[in-house]
Ligand binder design. Structure first.
Ligand code: ZN
Length: 122
């Protein structure tokens, strides 16, 4: 992405374990399953996720991801996995498969937990 390239050049790109640090893979959204935070919209443009019952903007409840860290550079790999032999490092220990190696975002209404959830597959 052009924007990412500009940001990386401005940041002066740093080296991490002989790999270049990139905004997308190393500095933006943490990878893997998580609770809360911000949704990743890497396959589509961001889309308003308003509650279907009351129209309030929803919040990200959970993310279910096909990968716990990027298999290329592993910058989001848990420290505990760092001692594991490289050929045993599995970026998909949960064996979740969302879409085509993607992730599922589940959004909740902040005004009433009984309102229907919204979903986004990226
Ligand atoms: Zn609502």
């Amino acid at each position: 992405m052009a924007w990412e390239g500009v940001q990386e050049r401005r940041a002066g790109k740093e080296e991490l374990d002989d790999e270049w640090v990139t905004y997308h893979h190393d500095l933006s959204m943490p990878q893997g399953c998580r609770v809360g935070g911000f949704p990743s919209w890497y396959t589509t443009d961001p889309s308003p996720m308003n509650c279907e019952a009351c129209a309030a903007p929803t919040i990200l409840l959970i993310t279910v991801s096909s990968r716990e860290w990027d298999g290329r550079d592993g910058s989001w790999m848990p420290v505990e996995e760092g001692d594991t032999a490289e050929d045993l490092r599995d970026p998909c220990p949960t064996k979740f498969a969302v879409g085509r190696d993607g992730l599922l975002n589940v959004f909740a209404c902040p005004t009433d937990p009984g309102h229907p959830h919204r979903f986004s597959v990226q």
